[in-house]
Ligand binder design. Structure first.
Ligand code: HEC
Ligand code: HEC
Length: 164
């Protein structure tokens, strides 16, 4: 008879304890979002930060996710970890190039995630919303310049305005 309240207390204590332990475990979880194939970004990057990087790339290149990411035709779902598209490999090379330029020539430091800060150039410096930045040849007529090589046809520099 006198043992019951003790056991109840014990159960309550154990119950509370497990909540605390469980809570602590779930607190650790956001560290690993389960990304499977990160080779240039920090492996422990949060989902939120990865998404920021991906959206940054989308906007800089003026493309959507599927420009670099392949879809699994069986499941009809995006396979984010897949390396099937060459554009994804190119993006990794571009990221490495950008880091090298910033580190070597702009003396960029690393941020808290260990990512090299974009203190000199970023994707948009060159891409400006397009996947294929044209090589512009300065023509001495102010900002911009002409896309090279010059197009065949009417004299360059004074194209007739097209009316819709
Ligand atoms: C310009 C190319 C490009 C675009 C656009 C892009 N991604 Fe990525 N994405 C990559 C590359 C490259 C990696 C691998 C990074 C690495 O190796 O560290 C990656 C990795 C990922 C991963 C991690 C997959 C894993 O498990 O390894 C996810 C999730 C992801 N991208 C989602 C998206 C989403 C969502 C969008 C659209 C909002 C998007 N990406 C747009 C190039 C791109
Ligand atoms: C120093 C200038 C520069 C920077 C910085 C730069 N790019 Fe590029 N990128 C280029 C040029 C030039 C091309 C070649 C365009 C072509 O061949 O039509 C290119 C091509 C690409 C392509 C291939 C496009 C295709 O159709 O296959 C991808 C993907 C790409 N860049 C992603 C990125 C990403 C992501 C970043 C930032 C991490 C970045 N680039 C930063 C200049 C740059």
């Amino acid at each position: 008879m006198t043992i019951m309240p003790v056991n109840k207390k014990l159960l309550v204590t154990l119950g509370l304890l497990s909540i605390v332990v469980f809570g602590a475990m779930t607190n650790i979880k956001p560290q690993d979002e389960g990304f499977k194939n990160l080779k240039v970004l920090p492996k422990n990057i949060s989902g939120e930060n990865l998404h920021k990087v991906m959206e940054d790339w989308e906007h800089s290149l003026g493309v959507h996710c599927n420009f670099c990411h392949a879809r699994n035709e069986e499941t009809k779902k995006m396979d984010w970890a897949s390396d099937a598209k060459p554009e994804k490999a190119m993006a990794r090379d571009m990221y490495k190039m950008m880091n090298k330029i910033n580190q070597k020539y702009f003396h960029a430091k690393k941020d808290s995630l260990g990512m090299i800060m974009q203190s000199g150039v970023n994707c948009n410096t060159c891409h400006r919303g397009t996947a294929h930045p044209e090589v512009m040849v300065p023509d001495g007529k102010g900002p911009g310049g002409q896309p090279g090589p010059p197009p065949a046809g009417p004299a360059p520099g004074n194209p007739a305005p097209t009316k819709p």
